[in-house]
Design a protein around this ligand. Structure first.
Ligand code: AKG
Length: 315
């Protein structure tokens, strides 16, 4: 028998792609995800796609680890192209998109940083990825005196799993949010991202079985759409049963106190940094947040390389 903790949905209630910011925020609150319609025009998508195809092909040919991946099953037929920040200015608008900003601010607050800027290509026969959240590392809240889970001990494999039911205890806040730019049309057949509506309320990580044992929906839509989901929402890449490659561009954002998936302060190429606006430098993690992220200068606004900051001083 259903009760008010069960998470179920009527397809007609679920988010549809929109450009109405109030609706996007409401969808995030209620369902843990939203879809931004026509975020980038077709001509921009063509340029992004061409750059991505070229980069992915070159990495597949030139980099030995192009297909290595700790998230996907060994029989995967997919490819991640990471650190897109360094791989073409064509990607930069999608990384800091004006329609994504209010949604990020709604979920994470006014300050957030980039955690990853990547592309995910799933090829024909690529199986579904295991369902997961983007904050599997979050220690579950406990009652005073209850033994907590030491934060540094949690791994993807040992994160606490639970059923698709609204939690009856305190749950953690979202600390990250992910966007997915559809660089090709996303269809159920070509492996559109699977999302579990309402799963952000479970306070738990999903069962990681493939094929999935939990119901989900395919985030379908034309190229140029951006899907946004928050850090607690269960999701994965869907299986690609079509004969075409699915091109997606996931970008992960984190609250400013987090360690990020990619180390942009070290990994951003100097020529990219030289052209970066203050806003982009902030996203890359160079702006000090409440004293965190500083690199040695007291009271500074921006971190500087260690070699430019005071070291051992002698009188
Ligand atoms: O490629 C997808 O559809 C999903 C990617 C994903 O799950 C992730 O980046 O966390």
């Amino acid at each position: 028998m259903e009760d008010d903790r069960d998470i179920t949905w009527d397809d007609t209630d679920l988010p549809t792609a929109t450009r109405d910011t109030a609706q996007l925020k409401a969808d995030m609150d209620r369902w843990g995800y939203c879809l931004i319609a026509e975020a980038l025009p077709p001509d921009h998508i063509v340029v992004i796609r061409e750059r991505l195809e070229e980069q992915a092909e070159a990495e597949a040919q030139l980099l030995a680890d192009a297909f290595s991946d700790h998230v996907n099953a060994p029989d995967s037929n997919n490819q991640w192209v990471s650190m897109l920040i360094n791989k073409g200015e064509v990607f930069h608008e999608a990384i800091d998109h004006p329609m994504v900003r209010p949604v990020l601010e709604h979920v994470l607050g006014p300050d957030y940083i980039l955690s990853e800027t990547s592309a995910h290509l799933t090829r024909p026969d690529n199986p579904a990825m295991a369902l997961h959240t983007d904050q599997w590392w979050m220690p579950p809240p406990v009652m005073p005196g209850e033994r907590d889970r030491p934060a540094g001990e949690i791994t993807r494999a040992t994160a606490r799993q639970g059923p698709l039911r609204k939690a009856d205890h305190l749950i953690a806040a979202p600390m990250v949010t992910q966007t997915m730019l559809f660089v090709s049309d996303f269809t159920e057949e070509n492996g559109a991202t699977r999302l579990v509506p309402g799963s952000h309320m479970t306070g738990a990580q999903p069962d990681q079985s493939v094929p999935h044992v939990v119901p989900s929906i395919a985030a379908e839509g034309p190229a140029g759409t951006i899907a946004v989901w928050e850090g607690r929402t269960w999701h994965s890449a869907g299986p690609n049963t079509s004969n075409e490659i699915r091109y997606g561009m996931p970008t992960l954002y984190a609250a400013p106190q987090m360690r990020t998936l990619k180390n942009f302060t070290l990994g951003t190429k100097s020529e990219v940094l030289a052209k970066a606006s203050p806003r982009m430098k902030q996203l890359l993690g160079f702006k000090i947040w409440s004293g965190y992220g500083a690199s040695g200068d007291r009271g500074a606004t921006w971190a500087r390389p260690g070699d430019e900051t005071p070291g051992e001083l002698k009188l």
